[in-house]
Design a protein around this ligand. Structure first.
Ligand SMILES: Cc1ncc(COP(=O)(O)OP(=O)(O)O)c(N)n1
Ligand SMILES: Cc1nc(C(=O)O)sc1CCOP(=O)(O)O
Ligand SMILES: [Mg+2]
Length: 198
C-alpha cells in the first residue's frame, strides 16, 4: 500500500467538491460538532466523490459512520481510541491512521498495528489548541526510526515551503489544513502542494 505524499484535511463536502478535481489523491474529512444523522448523509457522498476522482477518503473520528458507509480508511486520535471498537473497525476492513504526540502515545498506537502513524504538531498550529507546541523535525526523524516501514504523516503548521524539510527528516506524507483553507487562493495553493509533493 502506498499513500499519496500530500494529505489535505477538509471540514465538509464543499471543499471536497472544489479540491478533488484539482488532483487530490488522499484526503481527510474532519467534521466536528455535527449531528450523527447529518454525518450519515455527508460521509457516503464524500466517499462517492472521492471514488469518482480516484482519491482515498479518510474519515476522522466518526468510526461508526465510517463502518456503516463502507469507507476504507479512518483516522483516530488517542481520545477517540478510548471509545472506539477496534475489533469492529478491523472486521469492517477499515485501514487505520492514529495520531501520536509523545512516546506513550506512539507505544499505544504501534500496539494497534495501524496503517499509518501521524506525528504532530511538527510546527505550531492555529487550527486547534494543543498541549504540545511543536515537535520539530528532529522528532520526525526519531519517529521514522521508531516505526520503520510504517508510513509517517507529519501534521501541524505544515506549509508548501516546509514540506521538503519534513520529507527530508523522514516523513512519508505531509498533511495540512489552514495552509490551504485560509489561503487567499486555496486552489492555487493546492496546486502548489501537488507540485511540491509529486
Ligand atoms: C493526519 C492526522 N493527524 C492527526 C490528527 C488529529 O487527530 P485527533 O488527535 O483525534 O484530533 P482531531 O483531528 O480529531 O481534533 C488528524 N485528524 N489527522
Ligand atoms: C488536526 C491536527 N492534529 C494535529 C496533531 O498534532 O495531532 S495538528 C492538527 C492541525 C493541523 O492543521 P494545520 O495544518 O492548519 O496546522
Ligand atoms: Mg479525533
Amino acid at each position: 500500500m502506498s499513500l499519496d505524499r500530500f494529505y489535505p484535511i477538509f471540514d465538509g463536502l464543499p471543499w471536497l467538491e472544489r479540491m478533488l478535481p484539482l488532483g487530490v489523491k488522499l484526503v481527510q474529512l474532519r467534521i466536528k460538532d455535527t449531528p450523527e444523522d447529518a454525518l450519515r448523509r455527508i460521509v457516503p457522498q464524500a466517499l462517492a466523490l472521492c471514488r469518482a476522482h480516484g482519491a482515498t477518503l479518510v474519515v476522522n473520528d466518526h468510526w461508526r459512520v465510517a463502518i456503516d458507509a463502507g469507507c476504507d480508511w479512518l483516522h483516530l486520535g488517542q481520545e477517540d481510541l478510548d471509545e472506539a471498537d477496534l475489533p469492529a473497525i478491523r472486521r469492517a476492513g477499515l485501514k487505520l491512521g492514529v495520531s501520536t504526540h509523545d512516546e506513550a502515545e506512539l507505544e499505544r498506537a504501534l500496539a494497534l498495528s495501524p496503517d499509518y502513524v501521524a506525528l504532530g504538531p511538527v510546527y505550531p498550529t492555529i487550527l486547534k489548541k494543543m498541549k504540545w507546541e511543536r515537535q520539530g523535525l528532529e522528532r520526525v526523524t526519531e519517529w521514522k526510526a521508531r516505526i520503520g516501514d510504517l508510513p509517517l504523516v507529519a501534521i501541524g503548521g505544515m506549509s508548501v515551503e516546509r514540506a521538503a524539510g519534513a520529507f527530508a527528516a523522514g516523513a512519508d506524507v505531509v498533511s495540512a489544513v489552514t495552509d490551504i483553507t485560509l489561503n487567499a487562493d486555496p486552489e492555487a495553493r493546492l496546486r502548489a502542494w501537488i507540485g511540491a509533493t509529486r
